[in-house]
Design a protein around this ligand. Structure first.
Ligand SMILES: [Zn+2]
Length: 79
């Protein structure tokens, strides 16, 4: 049996045993579950941020196409 930092960064040192798995002291499981939930929330926020950034890039791309086609139509009319 040895102690290891659950999930490498949770800060909860759990006793692990090759034959029996993990052993939690009182409150450790709750702490780990809260840590997992907080990590998920952080991932979700990062994901949402990336999605918004991507949407913005798509919008700018489409706006650019609009501007170019407008310029093209304007140019064509003049010719
Ligand atoms: Zn054991």
């Amino acid at each position: 049996m040895h102690r290891r930092n659950y999930g490498r960064r949770s800060g909860v040192l759990v006793d692990t045993c090759r034959d029996h798995g993990m052993w939690f002291d009182l409150g450790e499981l709750d702490t780990i579950l809260r840590w997992i939930k907080a990590s998920d929330l952080k991932d979700a926020k990062q994901w949402e941020h990336r999605r918004q950034k991507r949407d913005q890039q798509v919008k700018e791309f489409l706006d650019d196409i609009d501007r170019r086609s407008e310029r093209w139509r304007t140019t064509k009319r003049k010719v």
